[in-house]
Design a protein around this ligand. Structure first.
Ligand SMILES: C[S@@+](CC[C@H](N)C(=O)[O-])C[C@H]1O[C@@H](n2cnc3c(N)ncnc32)[C@H](O)[C@@H]1O
Length: 256
């Protein structure tokens, strides 16, 4: 029998992490206080994807899953949305988002990303300088799990750093991707960002999980779930830029 190379640790699933203890303000400070060019790219790509989402008009019902302490997906979707649903498991993050949207002035970091959204829509839509009132009017909150999403309910869905950042278990990651892909109507638009080559991230003092992914892994999963899927690499850092972050993958897909 070969000598043991050390303890084998069991992979931990979504239910084994304390999401209620997630610290939204620490997360915001770490990832968004100083806007990163990769997030600018993701914002532009998601806004452009949603700008072309079917059906025409501004009456789309759009969901974001695992919203966490970020307004980026809502800002990308708001110009086309009749309603924006936040589907987030952590009560701490839902409370933080509600407070964030009730601020009288939108934080400069969000205004930075909003300027990218406005640039994408330039010439097509007059958008206000501050997205706050638009988001306040359209956002609704569901403190729910990705695994409980109803099928074929929304016109479009976004998901930034959720399915791969909530579990270490590959089948659970794939189930989360399937829930995301199936929550939109046939022909609906999907826009998502995934961590690449990550082994987890730290928020405050707590460690959270990630699945180690490459572009072909995302393509394989979504080709089996959607009518069409396209994956694009964002950033190409050799080392961690921020905890758990060495670059991202952007997915644009159409539901079948
Ligand atoms: C890495 S954070 C991503 C936050 C944000 N979307 C972003 O782009 O920075 C992962 C998010 O998934 C949420 N989450 C964890 N388990 C979940 C579940 N079962 N269903 C939905 N969201 C979940 C966490 O609370 C957290 O907000």
């Amino acid at each position: 029998m070969p000598a043991s190379k050390g303890p084998i640790t069991a992979l931990r699933g979504n239910g084994e992490y304390d999401w209620a203890a997630f610290e939204p303000e620490s997360y915001f400070e770490h990832y968004y206080a100083d806007p990163h060019p990769d997030d600018d790219d993701l914002t532009r790509l998601a806004a452009a994807t949603l700008m072309h989402a079917a059906p025409d008009g501004d009456g789309l019902n759009i969901i974001d899953i695992g919203t966490g302490p970020s307004l980026i997906p809502f800002m990308c979707a708001a110009p086309r949305a009749a309603s924006l649903t936040c589907w987030e498991f952590s009560q701490a993050n839902v409370s933080w988002l509600r407070e964030e949207l009730s601020r009288s002035e939108t934080r400069p970091q969000w205004l930075h990303f909003w300027s990218s959204v406005r640039a994408v829509y330039q010439g097509k839509k007059q958008l206000p300088a501050d997205p706050g009132p638009l988001l306040q009017a359209k956002c609704e909150f569901a403190q729910r799990s990705i695994f409980d999403l109803p099928e074929r309910r929304w016109d479009a869905a976004t998901m930034f750093f959720c399915a791969e950042s909530i579990t270490e278990k590959r089948p659970e990651f794939e189930a989360a991707c399937a829930s995301f892909a199936k929550c939109v109507k046939p022909g609906g638009t999907l826009a998502a960002a995934f961590l690449v080559r990550s082994s987890g991230y730290t928020v405050g003092q707590r460690r959270y999980p990630a699945i180690d992914l490459c572009a072909s892994a995302i393509e394989d999963v979504f080709c089996g779930l959607t009518a069409s899927a396209e994956v694009q690499q964002i950033g190409a850092a050799e080392h961690e830029v921020r905890s758990g972050y060495t670059g991202a993958l952007f997915l644009r897909a159409q539901s079948r």
